[in-house]
Design a protein around this ligand. Structure first.
Ligand code: ADP
Ligand code: MG
Length: 609
């Protein structure tokens, strides 16, 4: 996650108080001289260091639960930059106003914190181990869930540090510290027998001292009367800088002998976090009641759902993969999930070798003409080639009482309907998250040289509130390897309001045309399910676009997202961004808001027994 202060020239990253004072001295000690640094105690917090009257003042800035930033007792601001801006005009309780930024000397970048330098590897290893993913499934999980996973591991990161020895006894700790040289400040951390408590064992004057670390009600860690920290690794980093009540500061870690190579210890993820791959059932809102009973509802990540990976990712199941399915393995329910010209979509269950999966079955009305049947076969054939967590997968076709297209089930229904019905509950960040997932799916499609031709909010289906999949490949085409577009022979029953000018005017369909539709889909999403170009008819929309007009920014839509929509609606397809660019843009914005807002707790779930 990007640090919202990273771009500020007076931000120094993870430096100590005394280093901050050195920089301020070098810069001349004038009144109101200031710099910003990372807070070593609270996740996402900062410290403002100011000079006044040749004295140093250090003000911690906390990131609050709603994602705003504030100096204790001061006004809340949406980011560290805005906060500094405010205090440059009004001291509002500080020693003086911020007058002169103490910028970093040339060539000096912000000092990365301990977690900053290992987070990327940790996210990868964590996802790999926890959900047992590899290849594309792993890469897509990293891209789509990095902000959530980072929050999850920030609290378990100490388990990957060399000084963490797990649940060893006091005696074992002493014997490990007494072996070899015993310099002052040699230390280790261990888990103690009591629940949620740890101990720090420290050598001073050839004697080992033990300090108990406990958690307060808010979950912060502290040693009696000492400073409180969000995480155990922050406590250690802080105590390396000053004793804060201990007999000595932490100086030299005693490496845990059970950790392999010192450079990159393979993380023994905490057993409680080594969760089971999959949930067998879940609520469509994407939450399950918290098993710990604390009352929080915990959020399910896409990787926790059974439809993140292909049902054929298991090599045993892959043996049976065929386009045509046996009717005897299919149970068709009476429940109708939706309807279209072709017939209806029913709920069902498909029996595989080792498991049963929930499916949606598109049933072709009997008496339909031959072309309808061919269309459905074509749709099945296209979807069968696509395996991506953000695209509805086809299990196969079944020819029995009707021709049936069997797909993964996305029980949350179409995006436009979902957002409309939950318009008062779903925050705008949630919409960004879902549209980012659609961009990941579309980027995959673009890379595979497929054009969708019917991307719209009605064709984005939800698995749950935090997991979207692209569906309805009824109009899709696979482009030949050296073609960049598909030329439709005739105009058909087309969703004109979603189509780019070149599609309508020249019947030319490429991924760039899908990018235009993506822009319209974004507009539908950020209006929470409104109909685009309200009262206009298709031909009026074309005239409207040709005049250079575009739909307005939806009321709740962030300006960054409206800007992206407008880029998607670039008239000339040559100048329009492709999905690689679109996904990067929305990802950057999504990560930045995920860093700013405190979300619902994310925990790895245990499979119900
Ligand atoms: P059409 O070509 O008629 O638009 P769709 O493929 O969009 O057909 O499906 C129509 C409706 O059926 C969808 O809007 C949705 O409500 C339901 N549906 C389709 N596929 C699924 C699925 N995989 N899971 C759940 N519901 C689905
Ligand atoms: Mg549809």
């Amino acid at each position: 996650m990007p640090n919202p202060a990273a771009h500020l020239p007076f931000y120094y990253g993870s430096i100590s108080r005394s280093d901050a004072e050195e920089y301020l001295k070098l810069a001349g000690m004038s009144d109101g001289l200031f710099l910003l640094r990372q807070c070593l105690r609270s996740l996402g917090g900062y410290v403002l260091s100011i000079v006044q009257n040749l004295q140093f003042y250090h003000y911690p800035i906390e990131r609050q639960l709603n994602g705003t930033y504030a100096v204790a007792g001061g006004k809340a601001h949406c980011g560290p930059e805005e906060l500094c801006e405010f205090y440059s005009k009004d001291a509002d309780g500080l020693c003086c106003t911020l007058r002169k930024p103490c910028n970093r000397p040339g060539g000096v970048g912000p000092q990365p914190g301990i977690f900053d330098s290992i987070r990327e590897n940790m996210v990868r290893e964590y996802i790999q181990q926890t959900w047992n993913l590899e290849g594309d499934a792993l890469e897509q999980a990293i891209i789509s869930q990095a902000p959530q996973v980072e929050k999850l591991i920030a609290t378990t990161a100490h388990e990957k540090m060399v000084w963490y020895h797990g649940p060893i006894s006091r005696e074992q700790a002493e014997s490990r510290l007494y072996s070899g040289a015993q310099p002052d400040g040699k230390f280790l951390m261990r888990e103690s027998k009591e629940k949620n408590s740890y101990a720090l064992s420290l050598v001073y004057g050839k004697t080992v001292y033990h300090y108990r670390i406990v958690q307060d009600k808010a979950g912060k860690y502290f040693i009696e009367d000492g400073t409180k920290f969000d995480t155990l690794w922050q406590l250690v980093e802080y105590l390396k800088l000053k004793p804060d009540g201990l007999i000595y500061y932490l100086k030299e870690s005693t490496p845990n002998p059970s950790m392999t190579a010192a450079a990159a210890p393979v993380p023994p993820v905490h057993p409680s976090a080594m969760a089971p791959k999959k949930l067998t059932s879940q609520n469509s809102d994407g939450y399950t009641p918290d098993p710990t009973g604390i009352g929080n509802k915990t959020r399910i990540l896409p990787m926790d759902t059974p439809c993140y990976e292909s049902p054929y990712s298991d090599p045993e199941e892959l043996k049976d993969k065929k386009l045509f399915l046996k009717r005897s393995n299919l149970i068709v329910d009476e429940v109708e999930l939706g309807a279209g010209n072709f017939g209806c979509v029913r709920k069902g269950v498909y029996k595989m070798r080792k498991k049963q999966i929930d499916v949606a079955i598109k049933m072709l009305k009997s008496g339909n003409e031959k072309t309808a049947k061919e269309d459905m076969m074509r749709e099945a054939y296209i979807m069968h080639q696509l395996d991506n967590p953000y695209i509805v997968r086809v299990i196969g076709l079944c020819e029995a009482e009707a021709l049936m297209l069997v797909m993964e089930m996305a029980s949350g229904g179409p995006l436009n309907k979902f957002l409309y019905s939950k318009r008062d509950e779903v925050p705008v960040n949630n919409v960004v998250e879902l549209m980012h997932q659609v961009a990941i799916g579309m980027k995959f499609l673009e890379e595979k040289n497929f054009v969708h031709r019917d991307l719209a909010a009605r064709n984005v289906l939800l698995v749950n509130q935090h997991y979207a999949k692209i569906s309805d490949f009824g109009l899709s085409k696979a482009l030949a390897a050296d073609d960049s577009y598909y030329l439709a022979k005739t105009t058909g029953k087309w969703p004109l309001k979603w189509y780019a000018p070149e599609c309508i005017l020249f019947r030319k369909f490429s991924s760039k045309g899908d990018v235009w539709s993506y822009g319209v889909t974004m507009w539908e999403a950020f209006t929470y399910g409104q109909k685009p170009y309200k009262k206009m008819k298709g031909p009026e929309v074309i005239a409207f676009i040709e005049e250079g007009k575009r739909m307005e920014c939806p009321p709740k839509c962030p300006p960054e997202m409206y800007k992206l929509m407008q880029q998607c609606w670039t008239f000339k397809w040559e100048d329009r961004p492709d999905f690689v660019a679109v996904e990067t843009l929305i990802r950057t914005y999504y990560y930045s808001i995920a860093a700013r807002t405190e979300e619902e707790p994310v925990t790895v779930k245990k499979t119900p027994a």
